[in-house]
Ligand binder design. Structure first.
Ligand code: SAM
Length: 124
């Protein structure tokens, strides 16, 4: 099933210590650039040279998990997670302590963030 409502977000119900990590990001692995471009829930997985190996698409609720609901920060101070690849999967790492009630936010990368209207010059 595909959900079209995009207003969800993820909020900490308990304290999350810096360097805690979550994952892997649930989704279908595929090689279609077209599917990737029409999905709002896709990560690119790259090899050591930076070439795209495949995509992980969390569009389908029953093939994904809660990480698909993490939004992209608009400011650097909102950013509290970073994504990283490990053994071909995507994980999110807390880059600082996260307090109860705070929204979890991971930067999506310049291309996607730009489409959302985020000022990407604020992010490295
Ligand atoms: C991976 S989903 C995040 C969860 C989504 N909010 C939901 O309810 O399913 C990405 C989508 O969330 C929304 N979103 C996330 N971060 C945003 C931001 N900084 N500004 C505007 N929309 C954002 C956009 O609709 C985007 O396509």
């Amino acid at each position: 099933m595909i959900y079209f409502f995009k207003g969800f977000g993820v909020f900490a119900r308990r304290f999350i210590a810096r360097h805690s990590y979550f994952g892997p990001y649930g989704g279908s692995k595929h090689n279609s650039r077209l599917i990737k471009e029409t999905s709002d829930y896709s990560w690119e997985v790259r090899d050591k040279s930076g070439n795209i190996m495949y995509y992980i698409d969390g569009s389908e609720l029953n093939r994904s998990n809660w990480l698909r609901f993490v939004n992209c920060p608009n400011t650097v101070s909102q950013e509290n997670l970073i994504s990283f690849m490990f053994h071909g999967d995507i994980f999110y790492l807390a880059i600082r302590n996260i307090t109860v009630g705070e929204e979890l936010m991971v930067y999506y990368g310049h291309n996607y963030a730009k489409r959302l209207g985020v000022d990407t010059t604020l992010f490295r």
